[in-house]
Design a protein around this ligand. Structure first.
Ligand SMILES: [Zn+2]
Length: 294
């Protein structure tokens, strides 16, 4: 399991992969979005991308000792700070918030050299529950971060974090998984089809056109002709378009709701239809009318 196995979070994955590839890893991140959409999972995959010595295009190898240790959550330089961690440290039972003692402890170990010579990564789960003094203490740490430390705050309610903390971090937004993804997951079709952001075809990201606004059908056809002539790519592109619609364009009006239903129909057809270019063309025409007409 690497970043490529993160479902439905292309934007987040794309940003993180680029930072690893460009050796542009930040001191502090906030992964925010509703619960249960893979923020913590992504944080661990990101940690592997940062620490693995055999990465390819930013993706961890998943077979080396470092990757294995992180997967088993026993890597000494990747610390998950959550209520369990806090309980083990201080023996306090059923914590509902992260205390200043915990942050002080993190501060102490963050200035020590890492065990394996690379980065030290702290994943702070439910960071919105930081007590006031804890948040202030963390802020000081983020203002003057120790060398080679990465802090990842996992948050489901961004508004609950102090603005001062937010302003110190790179914000990585995680989107709700749409019904289509959830259906695929429940039908266990994700692995087979590698659809919906499972990013089996991670290099496709680079080839996806950025502009989906068209003046007429000729422009649409032209763009389709210029796409890599590979059904897997077209399928990937198609999924990106549906996600773009659902996450960025959808505004709950009647037409858009109808289009959501049509998307299901398109998807079904896409799986069986050999004329996938024609299908994409039809889809883009609909998409363009709905999303780009003023
Ligand atoms: Zn590895």
């Amino acid at each position: 399991m690497s970043l490529r196995n993160v479902l439905g979070q292309q934007k987040a994955v794309e940003i993180l992969l680029n930072e690893v590839k460009n050796n542009n890893i930040k001191h502090s991140y906030i992964f925010y979005g509703i619960k249960g959409i893979g923020k913590k999972f992504t944080a661990f995959q990101f940690a592997k991308s940062i620490l693995c010595n055999n990465t390819k295009d930013g993706l961890s190898c998943d077979i080396c000792d470092i990757c294995n240790k992180i997967d088993e959550r026993i890597h000494p330089d990747v610390v998950l700070v959550d209520f369990d961690f806090q309980q083990q440290l201080f023996g306090k039972k059923e914590a509902t918030s992260i205390s200043i003692d915990t942050i002080r402890y993190i501060k102490e170990i963050s200035i020590l050299t890492s065990y394996e010579g690379g980065y030290k990564i702290f994943i702070i789960d439910q960071a919105e529950t930081l007590q006031k003094e804890a948040a202030n203490s963390l802020l000081k740490l983020l203002e003057e971060p120790p060398q080679k430390c990465v802090f990842i705050l996992v948050v489901s309610m961004l508004g609950a974090l102090p603005k001062t903390v937010i302003s110190r971090c790179e914000l990585i937004k995680f989107f709700p998984l749409n019904n289509l993804i959830l259906k695929q997951i429940s039908k266990n079709e994700i692995c087979k089809e590698s659809m919906f952001g499972s990013i089996e075809e991670i290099d496709f990201i680079k080839k996806v056109p950025q502009n989906f606004k068209f003046e007429n059908i000729n422009e649409i056809q032209q763009m389709i002709d210029n796409l890599p002539q590979d059904k897997d790519f077209i399928k990937y592109f198609f999924i990106r378009l549906t996600e773009d619609f659902i996450f960025n364009k959808y505004n709950c009006c009647e037409d858009h709701n109808k289009f959501l239903e049509e998307i299901e129909f398109f998807l079904k057809n896409f799986r069986y239809n050999i004329e996938y270019k024609l299908l994409l063309e039809t889809f883009l025409l609909r998409y363009n009318t709905l999303c780009n007409s003023d």
